[in-house]
Every structure is written in C-alpha cells, then in structure tokens.
Design a protein around this ligand. Sequence first.
Ligand code: ATP
Ligand code: MG
Length: 320
Amino acid sequence: MHVLSGIQPTGRFHWGNYFGAIRQYIDLQGEQAAYYFIANLHALTTVRDSALLRQYTLDAAIDLLSLGLDPNRAILFVQSDVPEVSELCWLLMTGAPMGWLERCHAYKDKKAKGLPADAGLFTYPVLMAADILAYDADTVPVGEDQTQHIEVCRDLAASFNHHFGETFVMPKAKVLDSSAKVPGTDGEKMSKSYNNTLEVFEDAKAQRKKIMRITTDSRPMDQPKEPDGDHLYQLYSLFANDAEKQAMADMYRRGGFGYGEVKKALADQAEKFFAEPRARRQEFESNPDRVQEILAAGAAKARKKAGEVLRRAKTACGLV
Ligand code: ATP
Ligand code: MG
C-alpha cells in the first residue's frame, strides 16, 4: 500500500480528526510508503493570521507525533515545503471542469449559506488531487466528508491519463465504518470550523465541562431510548470496548437513567484514553528543534518523490 493523507492546521485536533483520520495514519504507517502532511496551503483559505498559522502548524506536528506518528515508519512534512505539488496542481487545473468543482460540498455549502467564497476554496479539490497524485498514493485514509473530493481526484487523474497516457496512479479513499463521521457537541459533524469540537489535547477539566454541555433531547428520565443514532452514545462508543458499549446500550433501552451519567462515563473514558499522548506531548513541546528536524527530513523525502511524479506529468503533457 502507498498511503497518503493530509490534515489542516486550522485549529487544534479533535476527536473526529483522531478517530476518523489520525488513528488510521498510525495503523497504516510502516506500509510500503506512508506520507502524511500538514495542509497549510489549504488552511490559508481560512486562517489569515501569520503567527496563528505558524503556531497551528507546529502544534499539528507535535500533536501527530505525540499520538504515535513515527517518523521512522512514515514521512511527516508540511505541504508548502513541497512546491512541486503547487506546480502539479496547475497541470490538473487546466483540465478541471467548472461543473465538477461547483458540485463539491465545501464550496457549495459555503455559497448556500451566503458566505463569501474565494478561488482557493473553489479549487481546493484540485490542490487536494495534486497532493494525492504527487506521491503515487493508492490509499487515502480519511473521514467520510472527504470521499467526494477523492472522487474528483480520481476523475481528474483518469481524464489526464486518458488525454496524455498512463501517468497517475488511481487512489482510493479508506474510511472506517465506526468513525466515518464523528458528531460534535451539537450533534452535527465535529469540525474545527463549527465550534462544536472536543479536542484531543484540551485541558481535562475544561473538556469535562464541555462534555456536560453536549446537547441531548428532553426525554423524561424514566423513558427508554434507542441508542443507535444518539450522538452522545456514538461519542461514548468511540472509547468503550464491546462489553461497555453493550452495557450502555442496555441502559438506554431500559430507561430510568440521566444523561449526566452517560456524560460522566464519557469524560472518564476520554481522559483515560488520551492520558499517554498528553504526557508525551510535553516532551515534544519542550524540544521544538527536534520537531523541525523531523519535518525538514520528511520534506526532503517527499520532494524527491513529488519531483519524480511532476517530471512524469510534465513530460506526458509536453512541458518538457
Ligand atoms: P475544518 O473545519 O477546518 O475543515 P476539520 O475538522 O474538518 O477542519 P480537516 O483538517 O478538514 O478537519 O480534516 C482532517 C481529517 O479529519 C480528514 O480526513 C477528515 O475527513 C477527518 N475528519 C474531520 N472531521 C471529522 C469527523 N467529524 N469525523 C470523522 N472524520 C473527520
Ligand atoms: Mg474539513
């Protein structure tokens, strides 16, 4: 497997990022190739503060390393350190039909809400396609929200290959059924930009407070409730083992419990689950030079591969 995935430094990582994407990164490292990057070029469409973008980028690297990303088994780098990708993006841009991009939800949703969208957001799927194709990746671990963009990537690759001859490897999304779309504190998709996140490295006390405020329905306490489809139960299931999940589901169906009990159990589980990475984070935090070295070494390896693929693509379409 040739694995690649990226994550935006648009804020601190949350449970959705971890269970949907980062956990897969860690499981898949050590495959034939595993490239993971911090997508600062994508983040630039939303983070318009230079100091903040720099901070989020470093935090993202420290978070990933603390969660178990191993630079000896995977290549970790920052997107903008590989300029070959931006050049490849242009090659793909010239063959990207407007209609395909107009249908993409990141842009469509923003427009539907009447929010101003820029060309960076509109062409996001093309840069994402370049990100993937530049490393001959065949497997892209992501959450469900990214599957549409990977379809666009496949269409762009197929169209380029059709015009100019076999150039790009066809990638496939890899989505985990159990955590394809982790809900936020409001029941919508947990997202850095929706203000509904529970963060992986948040102060435990502050997190407990947020958990206690997770929205629930106004079901009287004695009434039984179906756990499937309940976002609090879904969040609990991320951390619990099979027996614990079963016991919680039975309690829901029996009724006679308060949501406060579930929230407390959830907060306990989450605290236990992330205790180790939290401790490890302090070590990396006190050694930012080491983190920068890891990123620089990763970028050098990533550039080598992206340079080869770019050369292949430029030759195919007549630029060289
Ligand atoms: P933003 O709001 O800035 O888009 P985000 O929270 O959606 O941030 P991204 O950096 O866009 O995070 O996504 C990183 C990875 O995390 C992607 O693979 C994405 O599919 C996954 N992901 C994000 N949110 C969730 C979620 N709620 N459940 C499962 N996976 C998710
Ligand atoms: Mg997102």
